[in-house]
Design a protein around this ligand. Structure first.
Ligand code: SAM
Length: 297
């Protein structure tokens, strides 16, 4: 009898607690990160490092009083979205956007940052914790378009090293700002033909986040793969071939798009022609190797 009663009222209690959560005082709601606003000189540096432009859509995950969102709209002319779980912060954000006269450029969503749809963002800003960044990381890498900038105040991404770092002093306190460019996944085996007579090229790339390295061969003879760089969807590397006892350098530049890379080949600074490589889809690997350390903060 008692068990039946519990079964009946349990769903009602769960629904009631979910509905009431937004009305609980902040300290009784579950926050993954406490509210600490980013000082304005640091906000400015985050926008500068991420090179926010009016063509951008910035999403601030855990937006607090909306200052990064409002500044992106006011100073850079960007569209911007703020997500925060705390309804008091969302209310302040709306007020601040109205005061700054940027209501039309911004949107605020009350919700969990782990559920937020980030796919349309060209810039994501964070002032969270390393442990929260690491939890978000696989989604950022999987769901954001290659080339999207992720900028973070003070907290890193563990073994995903930033592409750029800067630092701002405010009231004698040092603040780090980190920038990552979401890399395309270029891992796996790529093949193309090129030159006269036609030669068969094959390249095997290993990738960890934005770092790439690997091997290359031409008609089965190995060549050295050097200076391989990936930034967003742009790839560049040099192949060093031995031809008639001479060393010949081919510089490849291209754009990774799904299972193709297309671009141009240069020799001694002169364009030799175009190249287009295809990847065997089953050779593509995950580029996020998981966290390297046990992060507790
Ligand atoms: C350190 S503050 C950063 C505020 C703002 N981004 C800034 O830099 O000024 C972190 C914010 O994340 C929010 N927050 C914490 N856990 C959250 C979650 N799971 N989903 C959405 N927001 C969350 C807090 O309410 C707080 O406003």
């Amino acid at each position: 009898m008692e068990k039946n009663m519990i079964k009946k009222i349990a769903p009602v209690l769960i629904l009631l607690s979910l509905c009431l959560t937004p009305y609980l005082p902040a300290q009784e709601r579950h926050l993954d990160v406490p509210y600490v606003p980013t000082k304005y000189p640091v906000v400015d540096e985050m926008l500068r490092l991420a090179n926010v432009q009016k063509t951008d859509l910035l999403i601030d995950l855990g937006c607090g009083d909306g200052r990064i969102v409002v500044s992106a709209a006011q100073k850079c002319g960007a569209r911007a979205i703020g997500v925060d779980i705390d309804p008091d912060r969302i209310e302040e954000s709306h007020e601040n956007a109205a005061k700054a006269g940027v209501k039309d450029h911004v949107k605020f969503i009350q919700g969990d940052l782990f559920q937020a749809d980030v796919r349309e963002a060209s810039v994501v800003s964070l002032y969270l914790l390393t442990s929260v960044n690491i939890k978000l990381r696989p989604r950022l890498i999987r769901e954001l378009r290659p080339g999207t900038r992720v900028v973070s105040h003070n907290f890193g991404m563990d073994n995903w090293k930033p592409d750029q770092t800067s630092n701002v002093m405010v009231d004698e306190i040092s603040h780090d700002v980190f920038l990552w460019i979401i890399p395309a996944n270029a891992s796996g085996t790529w093949k193309w033909t090129m030159g006269e007579p036609k030669a068969n090229w094959e390249m095997n790339l290993e990738q960890l986040f934005q770092q790439i390295s690997g091997r290359i061969s031409v008609n089965g003879a190995s060549a050295a793969l050097k200076d391989a760089v990936l930034s967003g969807d742009k790839i560049k590397f040099t192949a060093e071939r031995q031809l008639n006892e001479k060393t010949v350098l081919f510089v490849f530049e291209g754009v990774v798009h799904g299972h193709t890379i297309a671009g141009k080949v240069l020799q001694n600074g002169k364009e030799l022609g175009e190249w287009k490589a295809s990847r065997n889809p089953v050779t593509q690997k995950d580029i996020d190797a998981g966290s390297g350390t046990d992060i507790r903060y």
